[in-house]
Design a protein around this ligand. Sequence first.
Ligand SMILES: C[S@@+](CC[C@H](N)C(=O)[O-])C[C@H]1O[C@@H](n2cnc3c(N)ncnc32)[C@H](O)[C@@H]1O
Length: 217
Amino acid sequence: MNLRESVKRYYGERISKGEGCCDPSPAALAPSFGCGEPTKFAELKPGERVLDLGSGAGLDCFRAAKAVGNKGYVIGVDMTPEMLKRAKQGAQKLSLHNVEFREGFIEDLPVAAASIDVVISNCVINLSTEKPKVFSEIHRILKPGGHLIVSDILRNGPGLTVIQEAAWCACEDGAEPAETYKQHLQTAGFAAISIDPAAPEVMAGDTYSALIHAAKP
Ligand SMILES: C[S@@+](CC[C@H](N)C(=O)[O-])C[C@H]1O[C@@H](n2cnc3c(N)ncnc32)[C@H](O)[C@@H]1O
């Protein structure tokens, strides 16, 4: 089972089946597949360079592009061509010139080292089968003093031993416990790690949405 190919196919099909929209607002142009709103908490400043991992149809990039302004720049990376196509169309319709979408894997980012101020991501890292690689790539491309703010799905309790393809694609079976997530970040070299909520109010074994923050010293 090649889970990355399954995930690509799953999201390609989902965006292709989506309804077209005439409402010119960013939310209508770019359907969300997220589990939070990282841009709301990222405290983005004018002029910053932002990278969105798994940018999907582009909604968080559009929000970030507005926040960093014309002197800032936003890059969205996604592996699914149908998502990239929709994101590029959205940027064009919104006349955004400070946002770019690149095809690539979050485990091997097509982004220069130490070139990004803030990494955001919305419901994507749980889908990776190589999470330690993702965090070391984030560390590589962030400038010293840069930070990440990520919405993702975590699991309350131990990780799963048996994985189902459909549940992985639906952001369930790839979800890891907060402690494992924190270890990946520490191993990659991050500091000031916080995971909210610290004590999720879900049953043992269940998944929940969390906001993760960490800084590159
Ligand atoms: C649940 S959707 C979230 C999309 C977007 N962040 C949002 O909030 O709407 C997951 C997205 O991550 C992308 N993705 C998943 N695994 C990836 C990987 N290993 N490398 C690059 N993109 C990936 C998928 O193509 C899909 O667009």
